[in-house]
Design a protein around this ligand. Structure first.
Ligand code: PMP
Length: 428
């Protein structure tokens, strides 16, 4: 397909009975393979890798301009406002922890709560447990959940609504424009965890009136180690510096300090220039994709996989909201829809065993477990976990076909011989 060329070389994987097959990577939701343009860019800038901000030399000047330019590129990618701060971090988890240290204070006390749903990834749940917070159990429908959020916001004293753009467990997209309007109606701000959404949908925080957005490079076809937080500068410029150290200060004395403002306030120490630069380069490639081709490619795999799984006796596809189910078929009334993530389980089979079998016998990589979303998995009735197939630009329909065939074979014949489970691996 036309989009496959944007990802790098394909990997071959060994099978337990011998031989190799093309690796069917159905784990894009965890980390997506680097784009070939991104790998090439990394090699291009490597020779100029030098200290940023503090060097007068030629390489330092280039490094500094690459790093600072990356902020502008990322701001454009999310449709940021001219005065939005773009802070480079380690990942989404880091970005949300940073924001948790920047909630507004009044007389030294937090002036409002953070509100979140029980569907969140731990990265958008645990940072808020260290500050005043309230949580809500999502309703069985999206519409019901919006009502619950409205009722809670109406009680007042919410400073920030923290919500995911798309579930890392089921792929369902949340209507962030509606949520932003709801938060603002009650005087709260909104942060969107776009770790999943950014790799699958255009984001425009100005148009959607979103105050803060966070995502990671490694889920967006760039290397590990860099993430970003973009948003309104006032809280960020007044908040607790995320990493106290060199670069974050205006003036340091032996036992006191005047912190600087702007991104540098939170980026103490030598920054991850290559991480930020490659993340920014990846956003340019994503931004240049033909949106129709991009969505059609992912929707086709998703529909095929969901249809196929639902036809197999003993397989259940899991979703959070009953009223987003129609989004499995791209249609006019599909609502916000779903990204390339499908969650399912096999009756009578431990999810870890199924994942290990699919890897060993069929060369398929997918995720099993509780997806760093323990409260949600418990509420979905999956305390022992489930399976997640996730895909993106380099995926092929053939990957979904291989998965369906693998599951059918497992259900038809069993794993083929007796296995002992040793530390999560199949041992014949
Ligand atoms: N939020 C969501 C929705 C995610 O899927 C993930 C990664 N699984 C994270 C946050 C955390 O991202 P990172 O590990 O890059 O910090």
């Amino acid at each position: 397909h036309p989009l496959a060329a944007v990802t790098g070389a394909e990997i071959r994987t060994p099978l337990i009975h011998g031989g190799h097959v093309r690796y069917a990577n159905l784990d894009y939701g965890a980390s997506a393979p680097a784009l070939s343009v991104v790998s090439a860019y990394l090699n291009e800038i490597l020779p100029y890798y030098a200290s940023v901000h503090r060097g007068a030399g030629y390489a330092s000047q280039i490094s500094t301009s690459v790093y600072e330019n990356a902020r502008t590129i990322v701001r454009d990618f999310v449709g940021g406002r001219a005065d939005d701060s773009v802070i480079f971090t380690r990942n989404t988890t880091d970005s949300l922890n940073l924001l948790a240290g920047c909630l507004p204070l009044k007389d030294g006390q937090h002036s409002g709560d953070v509100l979140y749903l029980d569907i969140e990834h731990h990265a958008n749940l645990l940072p808020w447990q260290g500050v005043p917070h309230r949580s809500i159990v999502a309703a069985p429908t999206l519409a019901g959940t919006l009502n619950r959020l409205r009722a809670e916001l109406a009680l007042g004293n919410v400073a920030l609504l923290a919500v995911t753009g798309a579930s890392n467990v089921t792929g369902e997209i949340l209507p962030i424009d509606t949520l932003a309007a709801l938060a603002h109606e009650y005087g709260a701000r909104i942060v969107v965890d776009a770790a999943q959404l950014a790799a699958h949908r255009r984001i425009n925080i100005s148009a959607d009136d979103v105050d803060y957005v966070a995502f990671s490079g490694h889920k967006l076809y760039a290397p590990f180690g860099a993430g970003v937080l973009v948003g309104r500068p006032d809280w960020l410029d007044a908040g607790t510096p995320h990493l106290a150290g060199g670069g974050a200060v205006r003036d340091a004395r032996l036992d006191s300090v005047t912190w600087t403002t702007g991104p540098a306030r939170h980026e103490g120490g030598s920054p991850n220039v290559l991480g930020a630069a490659t993340l920014a380069r990846a956003t340019q490639v994503i931004a240049a994709l033909d949106e129709k081709d991009w969505q059609a490619h992912e929707d086709a795999i998703r529909s095929y996989l969901v249809d196929g799984l639902q036809r197999i006796d003993g397989v259940t596809v899991h979703r959070i909201f009953a009223d987003t189910a129609a989004a499995d078929r791209p249609a006019e009334d599909a609502g916000p829809g779903s990204i390339g993530v499908v969650n399912f389980s096999l009756k009578g089979y431990d999810a870890g065993l199924v994942a290990a079998y699919l890897a060993a016998e069929h060369g398929i990589g997918l995720r099993d477990g509780r997806f760093c979303a323990h409260p949600l998995l418990k509420r979905l009735g999956l305390p022992a976990g489930s399976l997640r197939a996730s895909f993106g630009l380099g995926s092929r329909l053939e990957d979904a076909q291989r998965l369906l065939a693998g599951i059918e074979e497992l259900l038809r014949t069993g794993p083929g011989w007796d296995y002992v489970v040793d530390a999560g691996r199949w041992v014949p």
